[in-house]
Design a binder for this molecule. Structure first.
Ligand SMILES: Cc1cc2nc3c(=O)[nH]c(=O)nc-3n(C[C@H](O)[C@H](O)[C@H](O)COP(=O)(O)O)c2cc1C
Length: 192
């Protein structure tokens, strides 16, 4: 299998020292298990204006990342999406898979994920199954608790292995996608 180039585009305000950068490090650790070369761009400080097309052509697959700020992605990501519009539907994007990693405190991140998946797919990128992830401070604290019988219902950092597997699977045009753990106990059971 030919080595795949993975471009990570971080739209968080915290750049390489924020919470989202920890998700990126975990994603990189999982990517290292595959034949990949990885580049990380922190959009708040790396100016992509002059070599954007080269970077997009270099990439076989993308990981978009951001924190959640007032129910949306970071302003560096918004600016990037506006710049990327020039390449909508072009071969440097078309059918290339994109995973998305979002961090947040407690509310709004799933909507950020879903909206970003919709935009990227509209621009021409492929959204593989189970390739989007939101990690919340509330989940991080809850997962720490020993009597959490809802564990499988929460996204956890371990799920990044599945996300990366599915991204690389799609980049290799394979179909052996994996599912993260699902809570198959009664989803209607009382928790309050
Ligand atoms: C200006 C600002 C607005 C935020 N708004 C939200 C929000 O709407 N919902 C939420 O769950 N967390 C919110 N947060 C928390 C961040 O999403 C969270 O800390 C995230 O991990 C930040 O990523 P970063 O450290 O990579 O920048 C906000 C943080 C800041 C600084």
């Amino acid at each position: 299998m030919k080595k795949k180039n993975i471009l990570i585009l971080n739209g968080s305000l915290g750049a390489d020292s924020g919470n989202t950068s920890v998700l990126i490090e975990r994603a990189q650790a999982n990517l290292s298990k595959f034949e990949t070369e990885v580049q990380v761009i922190h959009l708040v400080k790396d100016d992509l204006k002059y070599n954007l097309e080269d970077k997009l052509n270099w990439a076989d697959a993308f990981i978009f990342t951001s924190g959640t700020y007032w129910d949306s992605w970071g302003s560096p990501m918004q600016l990037f999406l506006e710049t990327l519009t020039e390449f909508e539907g072009s071969t440097c994007l078309l059918f290339k898979p994109a995973a998305i990693l979002i961090s947040m405190h407690s509310v709004g991140g799933k909507s950020v994920l879903s909206r970003l998946q919709g935009i990227l797919n509209t621009m021409g990128l492929l959204i593989p199954p189970m390739s989007g992830f939101v990690y919340a401070l509330t989940s991080h604290l809850a997962l720490d608790s020993k009597n959490n019988s809802f564990h499988d219902d929460f996204w956890s950092l371990e799920d990044l292995e599945i996300i990366i597997h599915n991204l690389v699977t799609a980049a290799n045009k394979q179909q052996n996608f994996k599912s993260w753990p699902i809570d198959h106990k009664d989803p209607k059971r009382r928790w309050l």
